[in-house]
Design a protein around this ligand. Structure first.
Ligand code: ADP
Ligand code: S3P
Ligand code: MG
Length: 170
């Protein structure tokens, strides 16, 4: 059973593209953040506040380890690919796409988002440093890098679907 994982920085489009790709490929779709929020009965900001980021990271790894063996699309959270164990699990159980977006685009999308605790507590400069530090992990995690700059969501979905169909059966 091959999963399709979407990785990349906050605001690169993992959730938006995952949902659209699910219609396009007729495969079930799960957003890791939504699944964790549902399991834990708390929002992402509440989880960060009550349990701390370290515990949130453990929950993410537990999710990846225990998630059912089903061909599906999974939009990860932006921190998931930073962890080596998570990268191994994803690469062994599916095809991983790194959605590569420019920091300027990302920042415009996430700057006012109250539901992303890391954005809330960071300056623009701190977020740009985090973006640059994380890029190597996204590259390591991804089988395929998708350049998203100046592409529409539809174009990105069609490109990923093309790659999935091309690699089917390999
Ligand atoms: N290539 C794109 N073109 C237009 N809007 C985009 C693009 N990529 C992402 N967005 C928009 O940016 C916002 C953040 O995307 P989201 O899917 O929540 O990112 P992520 O899940 O990676 O954090 C959403 O409103 C989404 O529709
Ligand atoms: O980059 C991160 O560390 C995080 C990204 C978020 O997901 P998105 O990438 O969907 O915003 C969410 O998991 C949490 O706020 C932490
Ligand atoms: Mg998301």
């Amino acid at each position: 059973m091959r999963k399709i994982y979407l990785v990349g920085f906050m605001g690169c489009g993992k959730s938006a593209i995952g949902r659209r790709l699910s219609y396009y490929l007729k495969m079930p779709y799960y957003d890791m953040d939504h699944e964790i929020v549902r399991q834990q009965g708390m929002s992402i900001p509440e989880l960060f506040e009550k349990f701390g980021e370290a515990r949130f990271r453990e929950i993410e790894t537990e999710f990846l380890k225990s998630f059912r063996d089903e061909a599906c699309i999974i939009a990860t959270g932006g921190g998931v690919a930073v962890n080596e164990e998570n990268r191994k699990i994803m690469r062994h159980t599916g095809l991983v796409f790194f959605l590569d977006a420019k920091f300027e685009d990302i920042y415009m999308r996430i700057r006012n988002d109250k539901n992303r605790p890391i954005v809330q507590k960071s300056t623009e400069q701190e977020l740009e440093i985090l973006y640059n530090n994380r890029r190597k992990y996204y590259r390591d995690a991804g089988h395929i890098q998708v350049l998203t700059a100046s592409r529409t969501l539809r174009q990105i979905v069609e490109y990923i679907a093309f790659q999935v169909n091309r690699l089917k059966g390999e």
